[in-house]
Design a protein around this ligand. Sequence first.
Ligand SMILES: [Zn+2]
Ligand SMILES: [Zn+2]
Length: 296
Amino acid sequence: MVEFIWPWNTFHMVLALLYWFFVIPEVETLKTLSWGWGLYLFIANATGIFVLYGGIELFYYVQRKQGRRFKYNAKFPSDHPSSVFWFKSQNFDNFLRSFFFGIPVWTLVEVFMLWCFANGYHVFGWIDWQNNWLWLVVLTLFVPAIHEIHFFCIHWLIHRPFLYKHVHSVHHNSMNPSPWSSLSMHPVEHLLFFGEVIWHLLIPSNPIVMLFNMHVVGYGAVNGHIGFEKLEVTEKTAVNSHAYAHYLHHKYFEVNYGADGLVPLDKWFGLWHDGTKEADERMKARFRLKKQKLNS
Ligand SMILES: [Zn+2]
Ligand SMILES: [Zn+2]
């Protein structure tokens, strides 16, 4: 329970509030689409991502301040150039894809959502905190579950052969993911990924809850790609990364389609891998069966 709230979801909520009170323009401005506030939101998102992802990259991958302690894969991507990446560099490739495609798509979806809220293009309208606080608190608590279910579904979908080949393989070029891999995707995947917040136009919601959801998706994408089980912050404190399930997804592909296992969809569908020998055997048996079916 503590892990559910602290530190990651608290971080996403605090950031959503900071956005709402200090970054997002006045409602009157949001009513009209314009490049001005769109570009301004792009800069805000890009700066936020640069600081969060870049900070983790700097401390744990460039300065390597905790060496290989708690690292899943002993290799650091920058030590191993590969021709699957632009300029043979995982970092450079992933960074460019995030800033030229990922954050623009994120911002477009965000602009669209805020414009819809401001104009009342919403099934239930914009509901306020004073009169609906209990529902909005409950909805906020459900956001990580919404994310888990939405991500599982779109992720399973883009693993179907055609979409995998043309869309999702871009993300999987990083078999040993690092922070910049988080938003390194094909733009179609970005759209499906950030499109998750569209749910907030269909259920009674509020822009702050929508922003929180947006941040769970955008800033939260880093969790699966940290590459370390724990990040040592001081000598005595370490933060759990929640990266292992998704790290194994990058390693084995057809396991762990969910983000964090909060809603155990992978377990229910027999796709869960927790790194144990038993899980490995189960996965291999599943792959053998698939191969037999393909050959018969
Ligand atoms: Zn990934
Ligand atoms: Zn995948």
